[in-house]
Write a protein that binds this ligand. Sequence first.
Ligand code: GAL
Length: 673
Amino acid sequence: MPETTPKGLTGLAFGGDYNPEQWPESVWQEDARLMREAGVTMVSVGIFSWALLEPEPGRHDFGWLDRVLDLLHTYGIRVDLGTPTVVPPAWFYRAHPDALPVTAEGVRHEFGSRGAICHSNVHYRAAAADITTRLAERYGDHPALALWHVHNEYGVPVSACYCDSCAAHFRTWLARTYGDVDAVNEAWGTAFWGQHYTDLGQINPPRATPTVGNPAQALDYKRFADATIRENFTAERDILHRLSPGVPVTTNFMTALSQCDSIDYWAWGREVDLVTNDHYLITDGRRTHVNLAMAADLTRSVAGGAPWLLLEHSTSGVNWQPRNPAKAPGQMARNSLAHVARGSDGALFFQWRQSRRGAEKFHSAMLPHGGTETRVWREVVGLGAALDSLSTVRSTRTEADVAVLWDWHSWWAQNLQWRPSEDHDPRERADAFYEVLYDRHLTVDFAHPEADLSSYPLVVVPALYLTTQAAGDNLRRYVEGGGTLVVSYFSGIVDEHDAVHEGAYPGALRDVLGLTVEEFSPLLAGERVQVTGPDGLALTGDVWTEFVVERGAETVWSYGDGLTAGRPAVTRHRLGEGTAWYVSTRLDAHGLDAVIGRAAEDAHIAPRTDLPRDVEVVRRTGASGSHLFVINHTATDAKVPLDAAGTELLTGERAAGRLAVPAGAVRVVRLDG
Ligand code: GAL
């Protein structure tokens, strides 16, 4: 069994990406000294260094990296060592221009940025294996080595390549997946628009077509591209396992759904020794701490509930959004500890020292352009001390209350062209349901639709357009066994090939929901419907309505106006020992909360009326005890009831009764017993 925690680390990890190659060697000593001053325990090194490590084909220069690793070791700083395969050197592309990826429109990218890789290219694969082998041979048992960091953020900025080499690789993938061309025709429904193939050799990637292409082909290409990229990760991982046993191997994910949408992290989570994640706040006016909590919960879920590691976030502003606000005082620590609360065994940043040159010079760092006489530096030093006091949190597990289903394949399918409404966005529904659960102070696990759900009293399905029959059966079993299910509209519609399930909508979920949908009736932009229900409670929907027919379910809210007036809008179905709710329109936050409130009653989940809005309470438990994280995101001091006494680890004070958490502060109580 490979190791799953960074070798040699005893407490939580703290540090960042360290790019010493951007600085004269005279600066390195100061870096190490300041790292120690800040309490840094681990840095990520060498991620973009291939051109320096191999300046000419076959000629290597490891001297500088030797000195960096030795220096860090002297200062007791552990190293997360990158394989630099995200940016092959310029000479490599001169020799192999076909390793540059091609877009669906046939444009070949150029060298001069990063991540310009065709993942099926044999020359790239051979060169990546070679540099990985050399690094593993040289540093595999270096005393500073804690973790291997393969590549960087697979899937961005290029999620798929459409070149001839990928076309050939795709055909091999199709042959392996389907056996022969007849099975491909069947799966893709090529009888439509005369797309029939008589030989696998006639099939290409879904390149630019005059109008919409075959959706099942496009969906399979996403699966293929993801699997092809994963082949390259596992190839490097296997080399590292062989040559550097005992050191865990990771690659940094970007589970936050808006930052990378092409990687099936359920599949990738099974391949890494330790799940690591990068997270950046999207400052679009929404509550960034809710989005952060969601990304952290999703990352923990991808890790199967085990501790994971936040490998990158920012000390303050980023530089790649249209507007990049600085973080407010205290926000960096709140963000970091919110990730820790939800399962991260540490907090690392991009990057250690802010670059003077290059595309990211205006991105914040631990050591800003302004040096140590800065607010950011002082907060970094404070965070290092805070994390140091939380060492007993390491290896404990976050406790979740409810599950939300998420499936990248369904998301890919739903985002293909020519759907009933372009205003329906599955990501938006996932966010909206998550936010309602967050505001109810419920900690969320994400789950794959075919996973065992029996431990959760409540399961929410925000949007699951592609639902396999196996997933439908799973949800039925869950409800029959006593679970409470809430399903949002346009779920259960197609199978794994984007073919509509036979019979009435929602094919895979008809039985569990106790209804059929005769027709979708999306609304025009800005159009709204009233939904009336119990106790005269009126809700508002937009974007989507449906003609729902009860077949066992009871109507709880019905449409008050519009084409579907008088028809069921929100239904409830008693099945076996459990209950299944269905929401057929896009309710706003108030409406969703009303439905979730009713479902929570069915699930016997008592509301937490004792906690203020935006005061986050999360628990991590394990052999070292139970730790209660309380994060006050508001500008007002809060008091939070404790169900047991304990020690507050950041202040060292005893805590009992009602815990005072100042505005913007975090408290972590290790409960007695
Ligand atoms: C990450 C990336 C880092 C850096 C950072 C800036 O996605 O891994 O190398 O570019 O973004 O926010």
